[in-house]
Design a binder for this molecule. Structure first.
Ligand SMILES: [Zn+2]
Length: 251
């Protein structure tokens, strides 16, 4: 495979396909989160041709073993073996939408070509947990659980990036939190007590059960989040909090 000359080396990656973009008539560019090198971009030449073998195993939301020839710049994908298609997730619109929403945040926050095995395992565990919910329960009972797993993943992912949310004590004064009257402040990095929250600064209300759930997320594995049940009001409160936090991080 001679493209632009120079030396090429062959690599094997374990990667989760995040997105694809068309390049011209027959090629595609893929965004992949790999165990070996973090987030990378790679080309697949001729992948859009009708009988191209690579395409299926390179669909976004697939965990694959990817073979690549790399010289200078982006690599060219030469072979793919699917390890997990997450067909459960792909069979449901709700689950698929939630995962791509998560991929959007994930892709924006991870640094290109920065290996992080902990974040890789977290992402894989998240997809496996989402897939299990889709396979094992009726569509009607899925939504809340898909939301909880997604929220739990996001809290842990932000923690792994260095944005751990303080939910054990007031992030400002360090005192033990009373159940009611607390706020969440993205700027301060966690929950603030009634007293500290009465001043100025952007903050949102956080209910007692949301605080409990955040603590549960931070202490447990994503794989177990599918068993958690929570009322809609808690889920909605946590959605506001996570979007505040992400908004603050991304500016
Ligand atoms: Zn305080």
């Amino acid at each position: 495979m001679e493209r632009g000359g120079g030396i090429e080396m062959n690599f094997k990656y374990n990667g989760i396909i995040l997105f694809k973009n068309d390049i011209g008539e027959t090629d595609r560019l893929y965004g992949i989160y790999t165990l070996e090198a973090g987030k990378i971009r790679a080309r697949a030449i001729g992948v859009k041709k009708p009988n191209a073998k690579l395409a299926g195993n390179l669909e976004p939301l697939t965990y694959s073993e990817i073979f690549m020839a790399r010289g200078r710049g982006k690599g060219n994908i030469t072979g793919v073996i699917a390890l997990n298609n997450f067909s459960g997730i792909k069979s449901g619109i709700e689950a698929t939408q939630k995962v791509f929403y998560t991929f959007g945040i994930f892709g924006r926050l991870v640094t290109e070509e920065e290996k992080d095995e902990k974040i890789f395992s977290l992402l894989l565990e998240y997809l496996e947990a989402m897939d299990r919910i889709c396979v094992s329960s009726s569509q009607k009972s899925q939504e809340g659980r898909l939301d909880i797993v997604t929220l739990g993943f996001l809290f842990k992912f932000l923690g792994a990036l260095g944005y751990k949310i303080e939910a054990d004590k007031c992030v400002k004064c360090g005192t033990k939190l009373q159940p009611d009257g607390n706020y969440f402040s993205a700027e301060s990095g966690g929950v603030v007590c009634v007293k500290c929250g009465s001043g100025s600064g952007k903050k949102v209300k956080i209910i007692a059960d949301s605080i409990k759930l955040i603590r549960l997320f931070l202490k447990n594995k994503v794989g177990n989040f599918g068993k958690i049940e929570a009322e809609k009001s808690i889920i909605n409160n946590l959605k506001v909090i996570i979007s505040e936090e992400i908004g603050w991080i991304t500016g």
